[in-house]
Write a protein that binds this ligand. Sequence first.
Ligand SMILES: Cc1ncc(COP(=O)(O)OP(=O)(O)O)c(N)n1
Ligand SMILES: Cc1nc(C(=O)O)sc1CCOP(=O)(O)O
Ligand SMILES: [Mg+2]
Length: 198
Amino acid sequence: MTLDRFYPIFDHSDWLRRMLPLGVKLVQLRIKDQPDDAVRDQIAVSRELCRDHGAVLVVNDYWQHAIDLGCEWIHLGQEDLDDADLKAIRKAGLKLGVSTHDDDELERVLAMDPDYVALGPVYPTILKKMKWYQQGLPRVTEWKARVGDIPLVGIGGMSVERAAGVLEAGADIVSAVTDITLNSDPEARVRAWIEVTR
Ligand SMILES: Cc1ncc(COP(=O)(O)OP(=O)(O)O)c(N)n1
Ligand SMILES: Cc1nc(C(=O)O)sc1CCOP(=O)(O)O
Ligand SMILES: [Mg+2]
């Protein structure tokens, strides 16, 4: 399966309800600091919304809910991977996307046979505090050479204006949060993203 090149990330299923009708085909639900039952409910709603719109849903962090709810994709970062039951995840047929930020992390995840590898932050991000400031485009090119046929996701400080450069540098997919969610017209921004990535 070829994943769409535009990969927005949202923190509530309401965002998916708004954005999927515009043509989003790959989307991550990334919920933080919510009660567990609320998270589960939102994953279930998002799964249905994505099914209705022919889109791929990636569940961030909550791999057990993803298994229980019959989801198809999860995204796990390095610390998530410390606690996750990879055997159970694979047994359930879940596809796995992983985060990387340096050489050691990349070596670690390549041994896990991931279904995509994310590299970040390509540009500085305002979404969360990170140890890394920015990887830059040459690092995207290096990562693509190292991951080979595994799809490479560029994340961190992405914008409509930066997307083409990141794809030209070697990313297969570009992922964005605040460029959309903090925009005064998120729908128009998503349309612009779709235009530059298809
Ligand atoms: C596509 C994509 N790339 C990286 C991340 C970050 O995952 P992680 O390092 O586990 O951090 P949190 O998102 O859980 O704060 C991601 N979610 N998606
Ligand atoms: C969630 C996340 N993970 C990153 C990583 O590098 O692993 S950067 C990031 C935030 C992306 O948000 P924005 O598009 O607003 O910069
Ligand atoms: Mg995580």
